[in-house]
Design a protein around this ligand. Structure first.
Ligand SMILES: [Zn+2]
Length: 153
């Protein structure tokens, strides 16, 4: 596997783990040239998880995309990379457990919001503001108010 950080093809597998649904194998690797760690995912060909967008278009499920949006929402917040990985893992299993390995972007968004809500309210509001179409600023203000009421501030 070519290292995404330094481009060398020299790595060792630290551990292999089946995803919860059993439809994928995740391998944690370490590059022996630069020491960076990364994961690879092996899955059944023809059963690639797919996300159905709001406009009905389909695109391959992308874990890195989910992790990126989580990283943005959790920037400078007390949510650890392990917690973000756990959420992404849950999303992946949700897709694989669904009919035809298809899921709507809506279902993924709801799952992520639910998890963030319990981890960090600020990260939750940030994610929700990007994810939900807050075209109406009053809706957004309402959501923020709900959160602060719930946390008792
Ligand atoms: Zn490397």
């Amino acid at each position: 596997m070519i290292c995404p950080f330094c481009g060398e093809n020299n790595d060792k597998v630290l551990d292999s783990r089946a995803s919860f649904s059993g439809y994928g194998i995740r391998r944690r690797r370490e590059c022996l040239s630069c020491g960076q760690r990364f994961s690879t995912l092996e899955q059944i060909e023809g059963l690639e998880p797919t996300v159905v967008k709001k406009d009905g278009s389909r695109q391959p499920y992308s874990e890195s995309k989910i992790l990126r949006s989580l990283a943005v929402a959790c920037s400078k917040r007390p949510v650890t990379p392990e917690q973000m990985n756990a959420i992404a893992g849950e999303a992946y299993d949700l897709v694989n457990n669904s009919y035809k390995h298809e899921i709507t972007s809506n279902e993924i968004g709801e799952l992520i919001m639910e998890r963030l809500k319990t981890l960090d309210k600020v990260a939750y509001v940030r994610f929700a503001s990007v994810y939900k179409d807050f075209t109406n600023p009053e809706l957004f203000a309402e959501e923020v108010k709900k959160i602060s009421d719930e946390s008792g501030k």
